[in-house]
Design a protein around this ligand. Structure first.
Ligand code: C2E
Ligand code: CA
Ligand code: CA
Ligand code: CA
Length: 279
């Protein structure tokens, strides 16, 4: 029994050691990637479901390795948050996204908006408001074209500093969306306390529409909620025309999803703009 115990321990500790080593290795590579600007911002269009025109873009960061392999944010944002690397990463994303938006405006697509994801951890950096405002100002973009997307978790925490951040952001005319709406433990009262301008219905509710009755009910309820509160509504993860029909019948007129486009590099996004809205 003693022998077995020791073996279990050794196996366990080896596994922990391996995890730690992998984590450290990933951290080191990520730090290099940030320093050497190996990060790239992709953009996914936000679509007016009626006209099928592109009304905005969401900035989604990618890590491109030397062999060209593209790593998604789910693989490195959590570790970036734990190590503080999230700060240079999000500075980079904000700068790229605002400069890109300026270029699109200059090309004549001057109604386009840009959504930027902000993680909960970032909200704990004290100078975030100044950083956002500086970046927008530097890019010479009107703040009304910028939207910050915060996940529901941040709203549920309902911390004074978060409320302060959101009110300051809104006072400067920047829009504020709740991302992944409906997946958290909803204490809906935060909708009253925070100056939210839009809700994004999480893709997990959209993916099984229109067939799944529960998801249909939840989606309908979220749309009604937004309507009653006079908040804009956006559906994420639209992959089929049936989903578009379902959403439009219920008066959700803005969406994103692979049906329209995956997140793509800026040059490709420019081509999409030329194809679908001319100029
Ligand atoms: P998110 O903000 O909810 O972004 C939407 C995710 O859904 C994106 O994954 C996008 O590629 C994916 N998606 C969009 N349409 C569809 C669809 O029709 N079907 C399916 N199956 N998926 C779809 P991505 O790019 O891997 O990003 C994952 C998450 O990483 C984001 O979720 C966001 O929370 C985070 N993230 C991305 N970029 C940044 C960033 O610059 N800063 C921070 N803090 N977080 C970021
Ligand atoms: Ca988002
Ligand atoms: Ca989302
Ligand atoms: Ca379901």
């Amino acid at each position: 029994a003693k022998e077995a115990g020791r073996n279990t321990y050794q196996i366990y500790s080896r596994a922990v050691h391996r995890d730690l080593t992998e984590k450290l290795e990933l951290m080191k590579r990520l730090r290099h990637a940030v320093e050497q600007e190996k990060l790239v911002v992709y953009y996914q269009p936000k679509i007016d479901l009626n006209s099928r025109r592109i009304i905005g873009a969401e900035a989604l960061v990618r890590w491109v390795e030397d062999d060209g392999k593209v790593i998604g944010p789910d693989q490195f944002i959590p570790i970036a948050e734990d190590t503080g690397l999230i700060i240079p990463i999000s500075d980079f994303v904000m700068r790229q996204a605002t400069e890109q938006l300026k270029q699109w405006h200059d090309l004549g697509y001057d109604d386009l908006t840009m959504a930027i994801n902000i993680s909960g951890k970032q909200l704990h950096t004290p100078d975030l408001i100044d950083k956002v405002l500086d970046t927008v100002h530097q890019a010479r973009i009107g703040p009304q074209f910028i939207e910050l997307e915060l996940t529901e978790q941040v709203f549920i925490e309902n911390i004074q500093s978060h409320r302060h951040f959101m009110h300051a952001i809104r006072e400067h005319g920047i829009a504020l969306a709740i991302d992944d709406f409906g997946v958290g433990y909803s204490s809906l009262s935060y909708l009253k306390n925070f100056p939210v301008t839009s809700l994004k219905i999480d893709r997990s509710f959209v993916q099984d529409l229109p067939g799944d009755n529960d998801d249909a009910t939840i989606t309908q309820t979220i749309i009604n909620l937004a309507k009653n509160l006079e908040i804009d509504i956006v559906a994420e993860g639209i992959e089929t025309e049936q989903q578009v029909d379902f959403l439009m019948e219920r008066e959700c007129f803005v969406g994103q999803g692979f049906l329209f486009s995956r997140p793509i590099p800026a040059e490709q996004f420019t081509q999409l703009l030329q194809k679908y809205q001319g100029l």
